[in-house]
Design a protein. Structure first.
Length: 119
């Protein structure tokens, strides 16, 4: 499976962006999609995840109430709606997939999409 993230850009604090993660290749079932981000000089961190059927979402505390993860299986696309953006949200955002198998981890990382929030 190949994942392509898009939708990043340069915005001001308080603005919104919607990131998209389009999947291509082998069709899977029973997996979890995740969004992660990495700011310069920092480790990659988890942002949000969603079960393949749209159920069971999780968010890191710093984005709860501002970000919403969703899925459109007809388009094989996962979205991250980001509202009330803050300068500390500035990072490169990546999507990844984790098969729901014992020991599996998130993978199929693409090149990500840059989000820059100015104050």
């Amino acid at each position: 499976v190949q994942l392509q993230a898009s939708g990043g850009g340069l915005v001001q604090a308080g603005d919104s962006l919607r990131l998209s993660c389009a999947a291509s290749g082998r069709t899977l079932s029973n997996y979890r999609m995740g969004w992660f981000r990495q700011a310069p000089g920092k480790e990659r961190e988890f942002v949000a995840s969603i079960y393949w059927n749209g159920d069971s979402t999780y968010y890191t505390d710093s984005v709860k109430g501002r970000f919403t993860i969703s899925r459109d299986n007809t388009k094989k696309t996962t979205y991250l709606q980001m509202n009330s953006l803050k300068p500390e949200d500035t990072a490169r955002y990546y999507c990844a997939l984790r098969p729901l198998l014992p020991g599996a981890s998130f993978g199929s990382w693409g090149q990500g999409t840059q989000v820059t929030v100015s104050s």
